[in-house]
Ligand binder design. Structure first.
Ligand code: MG
Length: 281
């Protein structure tokens, strides 16, 4: 009995103490170390700009990530949140985008309905990180390139193919996640028809000199449903059908486009981060 009482009194004493500690710690930022945290006397890295652990080197900007990797982080531009197409217009004439919006997604309209055509963002982008979710039609119709065909175009012309590639044979450089007409994905990571799928795309725009000579090709890294399908892959130029692409347009910024291929493919949760790839130089 004595032992029990002792235990109870020890417990009651310890509870407020730990509760107090929790209360104290709440909302408090951890103490920052005294500067400098880096060094001013270490050897220079190649290029001669920064020393190893250089104290003067700018610390990266703080970005608050989304709740999950699919949610937009704090510095993203939300291009479609399921409610409206305010960020989009028709590619051909800049009129309001005519795709169907319902139940938190957009859908390519059926043939013959509305003005028809591709849609593009009002904004123009260069180097970006782009998140797109899509679902090919649950009801399977057609085959090969006729099943759930759409596409995500970077810089107005560099296509990452959207297709129902789940047990659907088509040419390799035209299946889902392919750089259309050039590079098949490393693997086929497609989900079944009707299931939501993700593309996470890191796109580097081509660079040109003042005379219009190409200095650097466009490059892309793609994750399809979290699976790597292209790793820093170059483009031959803006994508084309039945021809070899080439850099026939001098363009460092352009809209993101979605393809109307007359298949009722759906999109949702589209966001983009503009990248400053020189920030780490
Ligand atoms: Mg396509």
């Amino acid at each position: 009995m004595m032992r029990l009482l002792f235990l109870l009194s020890a417990l009651s004493l310890s509870l407020p103490a730990s509760g107090l500690a929790d209360e104290k710690g709440k909302g408090k930022k951890p103490a920052q170390p005294k500067t400098p945290t880096g060094y001013t006397d270490t050897p220079y890295l190649p290029g001669g700009k920064w020393r190893v652990h250089d104290d003067a080197r700018p610390r990266p900007e703080v970005v608050t990530p989304g709740e999950t990797a699919a949610s937009a982080p704090s510095d993203a531009i939300v291009l479609f949140d399921g409610s409206n197409l305010d960020e989009w217009v028709m590619e051909k004439d800049g009129s309001p985008a005519d795709w169907i919006v319902k139940d938190g997604f957009m859908e390519v309209p059926p043939r013959g309905q509305g003005a028809g055509g591709y849609i593009k963002t009002k904004r123009e982008f260069g180097d970006v990180q782009l998140h797109v979710e899509f679902a090919t039609p649950e009801k399977v119709e057609g085959n090969s390139q006729g099943r759930g065909n759409s596409g995500v175009f970077l810089l107005g012309g560099y296509e990452i193919q959207v297709l129902d590639s789940y047990e659907n044979k088509s040419y390799a450089d035209g299946q889902a996640s392919a750089i259309y007409g050039y590079k098949p994905p490393l693997v086929n990571a497609s989900r079944p028809p009707g299931k939501w799928q993700t593309y996470d795309i890191i796109f580097e725009a081509p660079k040109w000199d003042a005379e219009g000579n190409l200095l650097k090709r466009a490059h892309v890294t793609v994750l399809h449903n979290g699976v790597l399908t292209h790793h820093h892959q170059d483009f031959l130029g803006p994508s084309g059908h039945k021809r070899v692409a080439n850099y026939n347009q001098i363009r460092e910024k352009g809209p993101i486009k979605l393809q109307n291929h007359s298949n009722p493919t759906r999109f949702r949760n589209i966001w983009v981060r503009e990248l400053d790839l020189s920030a780490n130089e």
